[in-house]
Design a binder for this molecule. Structure first.
Ligand code: UTP
Length: 279
């Protein structure tokens, strides 16, 4: 890997069942749930684009075809609203379609996030890449978006990076939790990582959220990673192996994150973006 390699590809694991949002997610992907008028995955794609990535690789599953249709032209609709006051409503999505390429692969069996990321190997190849979990919706009051902040750190350290935030200690069993040595304010070298520990077993209250930059050696590591918590192949386990072999960083990002995979987080995000847009 050359020293100045920049990150052009972003992987979106979007094959999960979204059971916390049933029945809405029975026939509709969780990633297509809208916050205001925009689907969650479009927010993620725009964040990646802002960070300089133009190649979006999406891991889908059965029943997720509407994601592909969303990032495509709808000739009938475009024809219908052309020249009307409604045409500008398509401006943002048109810009995204014009500036990025999209490729898709299917995760045939939902064996966990690590397995979903491995399913994306054919789309990514041998280069560093970002990962966005679209149901973690991030916003930044000022300054750079979360992925942009992480790309800056990658340029300096050239290793895998996970985004973290401080959580209430009683919530550790919902997240991957890290322990590490702080080398710069808010930047930790990971020493330990545990998937969904009970609060008494958690090494800290620093939880991994859905933004990663990964170096491509992670694929071989995932291949050697056995199913962990919940019988799933966990990216946390693979990252701990990578951390032990070399270095993985955890970055306490500047910004706000909403867990839109949960009803509470989704409602909170909707209110937040509504207030922001109506200002
Ligand atoms: P979640 O833990 O939120 O699981 O996955 P989920 O199935 O989407 O939702 P719930 O918990 O049943 O409500 C985190 C991310 O990893 C993806 C999901 O699509 C989501 O973006 N994922 C998870 C996969 O792509 N494949 C998997 O096998 C598991």
């Amino acid at each position: 890997m050359s020293k100045e390699q920049i990150i052009k590809k972003c992987l979106f694991p979007a094959a999960g069942y979204g059971t916390r949002f049933l029945p809405a997610t029975k026939a509709m992907p969780k990633e297509m749930l809208p916050v205001l008028t925009k689907p969650l995955i479009q927010y993620g794609v725009e964040e990646a684009l802002e960070a300089g990535m133009d190649t979006m690789a999406i891991v889908t599953g059965r029943g997720k075809r509407s994601i592909e249709d969303h990032f495509d032209i709808s000739y009938e609709l475009e024809h219908q609203i052309k020249g009307t006051s409604k045409e500008p409503l398509l401006n943002e999505i048109r810009a995204v379609i014009n500036e990025c390429t999209f490729s898709y692969t299917r995760q045939i069996e939902m064996k966990g996030l690590g397995h979903a990321i491995l399913s994306g190997e054919t789309l990514i190849g041998n280069e560093p890449f970002a990962v966005v979990l679209a149901d973690d919706l991030c916003d930044h009051a000022q300054g750079d978006a979360v992925l942009t902040q992480m790309v800056e750190i990658y340029k300096k350290y050239q290793c895998s990076i996970v985004a973290i935030e401080e959580i209430e200690p009683e919530l550790t069993n919902k997240y991957g939790v890290i322990a590490g040595n702080e080398i710069e304010p808010g930047l930790f070298v990971i020493k330990d990582m545990v998937e969904k520990p009970e609060p008494k077993d958690a090494p800290s209250n620093l939880a991994i959220i859905g933004r990663y930059i990964l170096t491509p050696d992670i694929f071989d590591i995932i291949k050697d990673t056995k199913a962990g918590k919940g019988g799933e192949i966990q990216i946390t386990d693979a990252l701990l192996t990578q951390a032990k072999k070399g270095m993985v960083l955890a970055y306490k990002f500047d910004g706000k994150r909403f867990d839109c995979g949960s009803v509470n987080g989704f409602v909170e995000a909707t209110n937040y973006f509504y207030n922001k847009e109506s200002k």
